[in-house]
Design a protein around this ligand. Structure first.
Ligand code: BQF
Length: 292
């Protein structure tokens, strides 16, 4: 069993990005600039946005954080989005989800210019992804592809089972891994809450991707010997012995699954750091390639 060290990989990719930025600056170009909009005080969102701002600093990007109270109106938030769309100094921006209940996330996502949608959440980017056109890939699926690539884990002809069908992880990673491309050509099964006999599917997986959103759902008896396990879950579970009173755990029961796996991602330090790096790569891409 080998642990896929997402933390280490992310440091390697960040060093590569930092090198690119250094070269850009040396040749008189301006550095990439990412903006993030954070609404309200959701503790997890604050951590994620802080991660993103810190990562920008590490690679030499400019970053702008726009913090607003949870009482902001939808119209006010749309106004911020429109200004970011127009701001020529900003290469890409994100609106951190989830948003407060009175704001329609779909409406906000649709208002973001696809050209600056470095989260890859706009349906234009989703559609382009599904058809293999130039686009911004959603950060978590892009991070998973990068991990498989850098660990030389073959996907062609493999049985991939994805558990979870969200718009930002399960559905797009299913599409990407079934496409005719370097990391792809897999036979993909997409399982979800209405799947009957989940374990019959997961036991067939050469590569299992768990994005369920509940702790320790995939157990050792549900996987076959030699499986590659990608655990996308980030769940807080109470732990009196931890500093903050909780610890993070994945959707996979690491203890029972790891002994059967050929490769497995840990939580924390697996997919999460690669998600943040993918956001940086999309921002660099926006700065350098201008895909629209
Ligand atoms: C790690 C996210 C669910 C909903 C909205 C490193 C992150 C997390 C974990 C991180 C995530 C998850 C992000 C670790 C960003 C990934 O060491 O394991 C980094 O910052 N993430 C987000 O912005 O929104 C989410 C998960």
């Amino acid at each position: 069993m080998e642990i896929i060290d997402g933390k280490l990989l992310s440091e390697q990719v960040k060093a590569e990005i930092a090198e690119s930025v250094k070269n850009m600056i040396a040749t008189g170009q301006r550095q990439p600039h990412l903006a993030a909009v954070l609404v309200g005080e959701d503790p997890a969102s604050q951590v994620y946005v802080r991660n993103k701002v810190r990562s920008c600093e590490q690679v030499g990007f400019k970053s702008t954080l726009i913090r607003k109270s949870a009482e902001i109106t939808e119209v006010e938030l749309l106004d911020i989005v429109n200004n970011l769309n127009k701001d020529e100094d900003i290469d890409g921006f994100i609106v951190q989800l989830p948003l407060p209940g009175h704001i329609n996330e779909e409406k906000i996502t649709l208002a973001i210019s696809p050209a600056k949608d470095v989260d890859g959440f706009h349906p234009v980017n989703f559609g382009r992804m599904a058809q293999g056109m130039p686009c911004y890939l959603p950060a978590t699926p892009a991070g998973i592809l990068e991990m498989l690539k850098r660990y030389n884990i073959p996907t062609s002809g493999k049985e991939v089972v994805v558990v979870g069908r969200s718009n930002i992880v399960g559905t797009p990673i299913s599409i990407l891994l079934s496409r005719k491309q370097e990391i792809g050509n897999a036979t993909v099964t997409l399982c979800h809450s209405r799947t009957r006999n989940l374990e019959e599917h997961t036991r067939r997986a050469d590569i299992l991707i768990a994005s369920i959103g509940r702790a320790n759902q995939i157990t050792g008896d549900m996987v076959k010997e030699g499986v590659v396990v990608i655990d996308v879950g980030i769940n807080r579970v109470d732990d009196a012995s931890a500093k903050r009173g909780y610890r993070l755990t994945g959707d996979v029961d690491f203890e029972s699954v790891a002994p059967k796996a050929s490769y497995i991602t840990p939580v924390p330090g697996g997919v999460g750091p690669m998600t943040v790096v993918s956001l940086l790569l999309n921002t660099l891409k926006s700065r350098v390639e201008r895909i629209y």
